[in-house]
Ligand binder design. Structure first.
Ligand SMILES: *Cc1c(COP(=O)(O)O)cnc(C)c1O
Length: 247
């Protein structure tokens, strides 16, 4: 691999196009953090992206992410864990992840807290940023019941269950409450769901002024997420191309 191979040039062009979309959508406002989702793509692609100035990458499976973090071994690069996380993977994830965007239950917070205590004693690394994943498929005003029934939830906690989880994270050493995360429901327009996420975020910030993060927006809906103030975009296929069937 050289920095000028065909794949690097392809990634450079796709990355530039996405950065252009973000710039247009931001206008005069500050731009969100772009997390490039590299799941199912090889460590070599992470290195290529690194050479193109990418500082944040996202992964959704611990086994794959842990192996890539070892292969890439870059102290500046931040790894964001964005997938469903089993508590028994907390120790591994704590060894490389800068953040977890998919916090959805108290037991996971406890496991991550324990894992971070050990990791911080060994390495002195900084706290882990934690985003609470919100289930936006919950019934809410503006989305007809028929539509709600037509799509399945994409993980996360119901908006009314966020407060106790937030308290737990905020009270756990080694963890920082960063904000909320969501994936727009399938099969419906993302705008009303993202509006709800913005309301949920405002309610969280009222009690936790530092938890200003809104992790929302993927390849097809990053503009809609930015319209409600997304601070972290998670973009995969528009930069990496279609995900290969096997690694
Ligand atoms: C895969 C994934 C993304 C990226 O999706 P694209 O449509 O490829 O941009 C974002 N967020 C989560 C939680 C994902 O699993």
């Amino acid at each position: 691999m050289t920095l000028h191979d065909a794949r690097t040039q392809e990634l450079a062009a796709r990355l530039a196009a996405v950065r252009q979309r973000i710039e247009v959508a931001a206008g005069n406002r500050s731009q969100p953090t772009l997390i490039v989702v590299t799941k199912f793509h090889p460590a070599a692609d992470v290195l290529r992206l690194r050479s193109l100035g990418v500082a944040d990458v996202g992964e959704n499976r611990d086994q794959e992410a842990a192996a890539k973090a070892v292969d890439v071994a870059d102290a500046v690069l931040r790894w964001h864990f964005i997938g469903q996380l089993q508590s028994n993977k907390a120790k591994s994830v704590a060894s490389y992840a800068h953040s977890v965007h998919s916090i959805d239950r108290a037991s996971l917070v406890k496991s991550l807290g324990k894992a971070m205590a050990v990791t911080q004693q060994e390495s002195g690394r900084s706290n882990m940023e934690c985003f609470i994943q919100v289930d936006l498929s919950e019934p809410y005003p503006g989305l007809a019941q028929a539509q709600v029934a037509s799509h399945s939830g994409r993980g996360g906690v119901a908006p009314q269950d966020i407060a106790p989880l937030a308290e737990l994270i905020a009270g756990t050493a080694g963890l920082d409450l960063a904000g909320v995360m969501a994936v727009a429901p399938l099969g419906v327009a993302p705008e009303p769901a993202f509006e709800l996420l913005a309301q949920v975020s405002a309610a969280l910030i009222a009690n936790h002024p530092g938890a200003t993060g809104i992790s929302a927006g993927m390849s097809h809906d990053l503009e809609a997420a930015m319209a409600v103030g997304a601070t972290h975009l998670r973009v995969g296929s528009d930069i990496l191309g279609p995900r290969p069937p096997v690694l």
